[in-house]
Write a protein that binds this ligand. Structure first.
Ligand SMILES: Cc1cc2nc3c(=O)[nH]c(=O)nc-3n(C[C@H](O)[C@H](O)[C@H](O)COP(=O)(O)OP(=O)(O)OC[C@H]3O[C@@H](n4cnc5c(N)ncnc54)[C@H](O)[C@@H]3O)c2cc1C
Length: 377
């Protein structure tokens, strides 16, 4: 008998899960996919918008193009989740599920860093990237600070990419010598699970005179004095602040009683929460992998296989392996790659592939293959 499957959030995780269920079950899938937004945007597109390489309109992939047999997309805001009853309330109605999958991602907590909203710019949302697109061309001298306001944060290499792309942008405009770039990072290295990747990034920073400050814990910004205040009491002056805000699960998740320490705990191999019939995938869950689309997608594949096995009363699939590859923009059209393995060994490992034009093409293919698979173009 068909089971009512309700998927919350149409990001990497929700789109992949719904696509597989549709591919396998067709009109019998009975999937309801709910998202408050009208379009999907790849995380890395925010860097493209911020540096003027793409327009905001061009990177929006409208959900109206996500047409899959057996999947009903509903554009509504989720206002409550009852994991015991597997019941979901939205601003448009109520949904009951036999299988409920929470894939609501991570939100930004601007208030957690006083001064960030008034005196800084964040580049982790499309709106923030769009604002910066107009601000960056006016920055011609002084100190730019790229600041990560808290960990964990999405796509660990992204702030390093922002520093390298800013270097390129300033160089092309002929003002690099009049500008200083400082990168404040709370972690001990750019990409801690992969020493090789961190080394390559540190080398790239050194070559470009980008100052990397590890272990920097940002407490607040003072927009009046244009300084970043660190928790150790020291101050870093800035003329342009490019920030990664602190992250947290969406309010509706925090209010649902499902979260612990800010995110939803799951059994890493199966993505099951402690509530029967309820799964959590992607950035909203504590899986033991980084917050990145490629991991949300991998987790969604495992949940899809489990659901299909349950429906067919077949064998359960092998558990989630925590493998994923992330592309890293080094500037000048070159892209590196880190292949990480989070769950198979005693500790995470990451192998680095040096930046090249070939990997830039591979990154293009990563995006275009998802676009074709999910949106048909
Ligand atoms: C600058 C930047 C660069 C990045 N680069 C990469 C990269 O190169 N590779 C990579 O793999 N990842 C990258 N990422 C990370 C990637 O974008 C995220 O990790 C990924 O989107 C997480 O997928 P998800 O399905 O868990 O959640 P999301 O994709 O965030 O989807 C969650 C969805 O839930 C919806 N939602 C939330 N709350 C509600 C509500 N109350 N009601 C209804 N809907 C709601 C949202 O609208 C959203 O569509 C990058 C991120 C950034 C910011």
């Amino acid at each position: 008998m068909a089971k009512r499957i309700v998927v919350l959030g149409a990001g990497f995780g929700g789109l992949e899960l719904s696509t597989i269920l549709s591919d396998e079950l067709g009109e019998d899938a009975d999937v309801t996919l709910i998202d408050k937004g009208g379009a999907f945007v790849f995380g890395y597109s925010k860097l493209d918008v911020m540096f003027g390489r793409e327009t905001s309109e061009a990177v929006h992939l409208p959900y109206s193009d996500f047409a899959k047999p057996g999947v009903r997309f509903v554009r509504e805001t989720i206002t409550a989740i009852d994991p015991e009853e597997r019941r979901v309330s939205t601003d448009g109605g109520e949904y009951e599920a036999d299988i409920l999958v929470v894939a609501l991602g991570a939100d930004y907590d601007m208030d957690a860093t006083p001064g960030l909203a008034e005196g800084g710019n964040e580049f982790y949302s499309v709106a923030g990237a769009q604002r910066l697109r107009d601000v960056i061309p006016g920055f011609t001298e002084g100190r730019a600070v790229i600041g990560v306001c808290g960990a964990p944060f999405k796509c660990p290499p992204a702030p390093s990419e922002a520093a390298l792309l800013l270097h390129d942008n300033l160089s092309v405009r002929g003002v690099r010598n009049a500008c200083k770039i400082t990168f404040l990072m709370p972690l001990p290295s750019p990409v801690p699970p992969s020493p090789q990747t961190s080394e390559a990034l540190l080398e790239a920073f050194a070559e470009r005179s980008i100052e990397f400050v590890p272990g920097a814990r940002i407490a607040s910004l003072d927009p009046g004095r244009k300084v970043v205040l660190l928790q150790d009491g020291s101050e870093v002056p800035y003329d342009l602040f490019l920030g990664v805000p602190k992250h947290r699960a969406p309010d509706v998740v925090l209010a649902s009683g499902m979260s612990e320490d800010g995110y939803i705990p799951v059994e890493s191999r199966t993505l099951k929460t402690r509530f029967p019939g309820v799964y959590a995938v992607g950035d909203v869950a504590t899986v033991g992998v980084p917050k990145a689309g490629v991991f949300s997608e991998g987790a969604a594949r495992v949940v899809a296989a489990e659901v299909l096995a349950d429906l067919a009363r077949g064998e359960q699939p092998a558990g989630y392996d925590g493998l994923g590859s992330c592309y890293i923009e080094f500037g000048a059209g070159r892209v590196g790659r880190v292949d990480v393995d989070f769950l198979s060994g005693p500790k995470p490992t990451g192998t680095f592939r040096a930046p090249s034009g070939a990997l830039a093409a591979e990154k293009e293919e990563f995006g275009s293959s998802r676009r074709a698979r999910w949106f048909g173009h």
